[in-house]
Design a protein around this ligand. Structure first.
Ligand SMILES: Nc1ncnc2c1ncn2[C@@H]1O[C@H](COP(=O)(O)OP(=O)(O)OP(=O)(O)O)[C@@H](O)[C@H]1O
Ligand SMILES: *[C@@H]1O[C@H](CO)[C@@H](O)[C@H](O)[C@H]1NC(C)=O
Ligand SMILES: *[C@@H]1O[C@H](CO)[C@@H](O)[C@H](O)[C@H]1NC(C)=O
Ligand SMILES: [Mg+2]
Length: 435
């Protein structure tokens, strides 16, 4: 949105201050029209429904590669599932993905990244909806109200935008009745009540089967096998065997499973210390602090790992990395208060910041003034030319009318005078002749 605006401003700036009238008028007109168009554009909603399912798969892949660690299965499955679904112009049902894994392994994180690649505003977009069971549907006694409300939300939102994204967090804590309420939208119906739900994307997040997945990963580790060799088939087998048949953990989607309404089961593996370290490193880099290997090890060692003896997997995944990092960063600044280098560096920094702020403000005003000035100049040129055009055409019109009328009258007088002259001279000649 900003780019075209700069083009318009640039045009105005390039326009010579006292341009040749026609060029000036053209540039001015272009600038005014362009400015109006982009103002209108920026006032209308920025984020449009991505009904066509445009998604830069390469960029999504790169983002997943760079930011999500230790989840080769989850990355691969979501990427392939999503690109296949979006490529299909007429999907037979909505995409339903179910993310499983223990805490802090990146379930919310990957769904956020997906949302961001579908809609630039990410989770804040009006086409991405997140429901948290314990937050949105806390009281069992209101179940019927929740059901109606949820169905209404989904129906209205999909009517508004077919490519809506719905993320259900903590599905394992969601009442089975609520799951039943959304079942129809995941099914193979062409439309329900005139609304087509087949382009929507549903993502379910839960800790269901987290233990099973962790055990599998641990078995691999114990057997000395590479983690990246864990295949989906290994996990799927385990998932279908135990997790979903248990009352407390998997009950919620037994009905979804029976009807094959979930398209993809996405296992999230427990994270090892090396992955936790990567999370810490990325967090440090995101904050713009110099990466310090010692600091990374300190924070990583402060996390708890299981099982008790081997200490392979992080209990909380990467979840508390950012808070833990805060604890370690705070003392390092407080430890060295007398270090003058820090103060001089600080003053230097402050002075640079001020210089930056001041010079950018001054440049900004300079620029704004210049832009406004040349905009006004060009507008005046346009107005003056328009007036000149109008005035000169009015004057020419009257000139013409006057000339036409006067020459008409003149001619009429000529004719009359000639007629009289003719009549008179012929009468006179007649009498002359008679006489
Ligand atoms: N695999 C990962 N790679 C990189 N960062 C991760 C990974 N997993 C978690 N994180 C970091 O940890 C934070 C918390 O993760 P997230 O909220 O996705 O966990 P979760 O799987 O949803 O856990 P829970 O089941 O407790 O909700 C993320 O914001 C992210 O910064
Ligand atoms: C869409 O869903 C949200 C919940 O995420 C809800 O608040 C909103 O009212 C819904 N929109 C419509 C038009 O119903
Ligand atoms: C599952 O729950 C039902 C009641 O909802 C109960 O009768 C049954 O014993 C439970 N089964 C298990 C394995 O807990
Ligand atoms: Mg979560």
């Amino acid at each position: 949105m900003e780019k075209p605006l700069f083009v318009v401003l640039g045009l105005l700036l390039l326009a010579p201050a006292r341009p040749e009238p026609v060029t000036g008028a053209v540039i001015g007109l272009l600038a005014v029209a362009g400015g109006g168009y982009f103002t209108w554009k920026s006032l209308s909603p920025r984020n449009e429904c991505n009904e066509k399912g445009r998604l830069d798969i390469k960029a999504l892949q790169a983002d997943l590669e760079n930011r999500v660690f230790g989840q080769h299965l989850a990355k691969g499955i979501t990427l392939r599932g999503l690109s296949g679904f979006l490529r299909n112009k007429n999907p037979r049902k909505a995409l339903a993905m179910s993310f499983h894994g223990s805490t802090g392994t990146g379930k919310n994180y990957i769904s956020q990244i997906i949302a961001q690649h579908l809609y630039p505003d990410g989770m804040k977009s009006r086409y991405v909806h997140q429901f948290v069971a314990t937050l949105h549907f806390p009281h069992i006694q209101h179940l019927d109200t929740y059901k109606d409300q949820l169905q209404q939300w989904i129906r209205r939102n999909v009517t508004d935008c077919k490519r809506s994204v719905f993320i259900f967090d903590e599905v394992d804590k969601m009442h089975p009745g609520l799951i039943d309420a959304i079942k129809p939208y995941l099914d193979y119906y062409e439309h329900i009540g005139g609304v087509d739900y087949r382009k929507a994307i549903f993502i379910f997040l839960s800790n269901t089967a987290g233990e099973v997945i962790s055990k599998l990963a641990l078995d691999f580790w114990k057997a000395g096998k590479v983690r990246e060799d864990i295949k989906l088939s290994d996990v799927e087998h385990q998932l279908s065997l135990s997790a979903f048949n248990k009352n407390n953990s998997g009950f919620w989607h037994s009905s979804l499973i029976d009807r094959h309404l979930i398209d993809l089961y996405v296992p999230f593996l427990p994270l090892e210390q090396q992955h936790v370290k990567m999370c810490i490193k990325r967090e440090i880099m995101d904050r713009g602090i110099i990466v310090d290997v010692e600091l990374i090890s300190k924070v990583a060692n402060d996390m708890t790992y299981y099982p008790k003896d081997e200490k392979v997997f992080s209990v909380k995944g990467c979840k508390v990395v950012s808070t833990k990092l805060n604890l370690y960063l705070l003392p390092t600044i407080m430890d060295r208060p007398r270090n003058l280098n820090i103060f001089s560096g600080f003053f230097n920094f402050v002075s640079w910041v001020f210089w930056g702020i001041c010079s950018s403000i001054s440049n900004f005003f300079h620029f704004v003034f210049w832009a406004i000035f040349s905009l006004f100049l060009n507008i005046f040129y346009i107005i003056s030319w328009v007036f000149w055009g109008i005035c000169s055409s009015i004057s020419n019109f009257f000139n013409f009318v006057f000339w036409a009328i006067s020459s008409l009258f003149l001619n009429i007088f000529y004719i009359i005078s000639w007629v009289f002259w003719g009549i008179c001279s012929s009468i006179s000649n007649f009498f002359n002749l008679v006489f």
